[in-house]
Every structure is written in C-alpha cells, then in structure tokens.
Design a protein around this ligand. Sequence first.
Ligand code: ASP
Length: 369
Amino acid sequence: MENKLSRRNWMKSSAALTAAAAATGPMALAQSPKNIVISSANGLQASKKAMETLRSGTDTLDAVIAGVNIVELDPNDHSVGYGGLPNEEGVVELDASVMHGPSRRCGSVAGITGCKTPSKIAQLVMTETDHIMLVGGGAAKFAREMGFKEEDLLVEDSRVAWLVWKRSMRDRAGHTNWSGELEAGPKTARMQEAFPNVDKKTLAWAMDVAVHPPTGTINCLALNSKGEMSGVTTTSGMAWKIAGRVGDSPIIGAGLYVDQDVGAAGSTGRGEENIRIAGAHTIVENMRHGMTPKEAGLDALKRVSRNFRDDKAWLSAIDIQFYALRKDGMYAGVSLWNVDASQARRRPFFAVTDGGDSRHEPCVTLYDR
Ligand code: ASP
C-alpha cells in the first residue's frame, strides 16, 4: 500500500515537472533516482565519504553527517567546527542543522560551544527530543547529557588571527589599546614584532582574515537510489561576530531545507541575507513549482539582489551561494558573484559525487565583479 502511494506521489510530481518542462523548455529528467551527493566547494572529501556511506546502504542523513564530520574535525579548516575562527570574545560558537527527508524531521543547534561536531548534536535534537532547535548554553548542556565531553575548539592559528584582529581595531580617533600599534613602520614588521613566535605565512593569513572577516560553512545534500534525501549545514559562522550571533546555517528553511517530495537546498555565505529571503525553502518551493535547480537558485539570488535594490556596488560587500538537488537527481550550485569579495578566495565552485571521485563543478553566477 505504502509503496503504491509513494509511487503514485512520485508519478504525480514527475508529471508536474514534465508539464513544467514543457512550459519552460527542455529539462533532462532522470528515469529513476541514483546515489548523488552535492556539497559546497570545501566538501570534496565530505561528499566522497557521504557517497561511500550511502553505498553501504546507510541512511542518507547518517551519510551526509559522516561526510561533514571530516570538515568539522579538521583543525585546518577555519570556517567549520574544531579550528573555526572565534567570535569577538575569542570563543568558537558553532551552528548546524540537519533535515531527514523520509521522516520529514529536522534538528538544529545554534551558538553551541565546546563540541567539535555540532551536526551530530543537531541530529540528536531531532531524534531524542520533540524540539527542533537548541541554542547556546542549553545546546551545550544537551551535548554533555548526550555523552559529548566538553572540548576546547580554539586552535593556535585561530587564536593568533583573533589577536591580530583585535590589534587591528581602532576607535574613531584611531586609538588602539595595544601598545606599539600607533608607532611608525610597516604593519607587517610591527605584527612580526608583536608575534615573534608565529611564522610569516600564518601571520600573513591572520592579517588577511582580520581585515576581511571570512565566512565559511559546509552544506551537503544527498539523494539515494531509493529516492530518499537528506541534508546538513554546519559552520562556525562569521569570524569576529558578536557573541550570540546566529547565521542562516541552523535556520531550517534558510541554511537548509529538504522536502522528500521535491528536493533539497542549502547555502553558504552571508547568512543574514539568506535569512531575509528564507533561501533554501524558497528554492525547494521554486522546484516544486517546476523550476530547475539552476532556475530556482538564480531566483533566490535575485531576491537577495532585490533587497539591495539591485545595486551592484552595495551588493559587492557580500557573497552568497546556494546548492540545490532535485529529487530526480538534477542539481546546481549558484553564486551571487563570479569571484568573492577578496577577489582571491573561494572561487564559486561546488562539489559533486555521483559516481567515482568527487569533482568540482562551477557555480552558475548572477553577477560578474
Ligand atoms: N552562512 C554562514 C553564516 O552566515 C557563513 C558562511 O557560510 O560563510 O553564518
């Protein structure tokens, strides 16, 4: 009975998509779902791991979480989990959300401290409670209760970058509380003096991220050959944020949304702008009404642009990307800009794994810088 029902639903949605394709132009619909994982650009390894996990018959949500755990546990990735850049007080606060298509359930944590893998805690909120979102101290306490011991997430490079950021702060009169900062001489030399034990490469990176506070996140979406879908988004959020700032990543409907009947979407980049348009939900709804993942993502970017009166100069301060995977396996990554604000970092690519190795594919971009 259940099979018949779900088959009927699938046929209904396929028919709707086919009708939409006829209206909007050719759309290649796969005959049957296949294993496929897509992720933000930093997820090459994560999507490979998720695919291996899917292939072993594991549930789609466990698969994407296993994938992003690699990045969460990597001390050299300064935008997610352990090693993430801290808030303005030097504390690493993490956000994460998960959504499980087959059960239509979700969970999230925001501003959680002391836990390297917030995606796992978000999953436990989903499976062990009748709540959806836990924040701050409550989320951390819940993690302890679930058996996760408290850990220090601030790695040495991130601590140095935070101190360099503090030293780069000035009041309106140009004053800083840090001695020597108003002395003459090249800034790099002064910083080298202030941090004699830090190597040149780390210091150059720290000075760069102090001036261009980086964001960074991993979003990972999966579809299996049974047509089941899940997604996860996890991040340390915006570097140097005000303590307690929550971005889009843990907001169901903004940083992540999955509808088992339609598809999944997620986001990286300027969370505030995504929250204002409920990006992931917007994209899934767009796909429900017949748009391809690419069209659905570009429409979300246009809504972000509209909030800036389509003023490119105003928009140039932000970056945002969306990832969309439709239930039939069609996917896309879209980015507001072709090059990020620093003109150097984060070329707009996203990771795809549908067969063998993971690969990068270019995001479709709305604007060129
Ligand atoms: N979206 C994340 C946030 O705003 C950051 C990022 O993806 O770069 O917290």
